[in-house]
Design a protein around this ligand. Structure first.
Ligand code: GLU
Ligand code: ZN
Length: 288
């Protein structure tokens, strides 16, 4: 089987040990499989992405001994393609515009007649549906928050949906049924005003356009994969194999965040660490 994987960092801060682990693991697995390793810069959040962080990513990856194919896919250059997918979903009645603030959603969810505590999915609170029944214009509104109409999506998608998971534990097929979509995912946001897209939509479209067969990423994205699987069904895209790996944690057991500069690769480099040291700290086998 072909093996095409990718590393997809966001240039919103320094790469830290967790990123190094993810990139090295993907690179090692591609090499072992005689496959390909691609790089994608996830810079759709233009308020946070910075060119100097992007330059630092290339520098750190080179230092780690990672080779990627050119050209690098930069999400900020793909907006027309994301827009086309949104148009398609809109035309099929799969999206609606949402004007709710976070506070509106909280209030709707805490209304007494609901009687249920808000459920948090991969996309935050599961949306209570406030804007779903508003009239929908024929063409997709620009500069709006667009949510997936989950009920419409479920009505045209055979359930359950499955994907192959080869991460922690024995390989298995992860099954998601309609009830899980309803209770844990809901009407997820597929386009944000300031981005014109969303992480979920872009990642699914880009993995397909880059021909990715194996997605390696942190276990924190496992639940989001259920939504990605649904988007693949709606957009008629192939489903890669998923390998969600363990997260690298700090001394207190907390997962590393972008702001954990203490674990930045640049810091290790400045202190004279070698790539072998990084492999050891993150529990990777020595380079072959
Ligand atoms: N850009 C995401 C991140 O830096 C990774 C997304 C993915 O691998 O699907 O966390
Ligand atoms: Zn709304």
């Amino acid at each position: 089987m072909a093996f095409v994987t990718r590393f997809a960092p966001s240039p919103t801060g320094p790469l830290h040990l967790g990123h190094a682990y993810s990139a090295l693991l993907a690179h090692d697995m591609a090499r072992a499989a005689g496959g390909r390793f691609l790089l994608r810069i996830e810079d759709i959040d233009r308020s946070r992405a910075r060119p100097d962080w992007e330059a630092q990513i290339y520098d750190d990856l080179r230092w780690l001994g990672i080779h990627w194919e050119e050209p690098v896919l930069r999400q900020s250059e793909q907006l027309p393609r994301y827009g086309a997918a949104l148009d398609q979903l809109w035309a099929h009645g799969m999206l609606f515009a949402c004007t709710c603030s976070r506070r509106d959603i909280e209030q709707a969810l805490s209304a007494p007649q609901e009687g249920v505590t808000p459920v948090f999915g991969p996309d935050g609170m599961v949306y209570p549906g406030t804007c779903r029944s508003k009239p929908r214009p024929a063409s997709r509104p620009r500069d709006a928050v667009l949510r997936l109409d989950l009920q419409a999506a479920l009505s045209c998608t055979p359930m359950p949906l499955t994907f192959r998971e080869t991460g922690e534990g024995p390989p298995r097929n992860v099954v998601t049924n309609a009830a899980t979509y309803r209770h844990e995912i809901g009407d997820a946001v597929l386009a944000r005003t300031e981005m014109g897209t969303s992480y979920h939509l872009s990642v699914v479209l880009d993995d397909a356009v880059q021909g990715v067969t194996h997605v390696l990423r942190g276990a924190d994205l496992f639940e989001a994969t259920r939504l990605h699987r649904l988007l693949q069904a709606l957009l008629d895209l192939p489903t890669p194999v998923y390998h969600h790996h363990r997260l690298i944690r700090d001394a207190n057991g907390k997962r590393l965040a972008k702001r954990d500069d203490a674990r930045a690769i640049t810091k290790y480099r400045a202190e004279g660490a070698t790539v072998q040291d990084i492999r050891e700290i993150t529990g990777l086998a020595p380079a072959a």
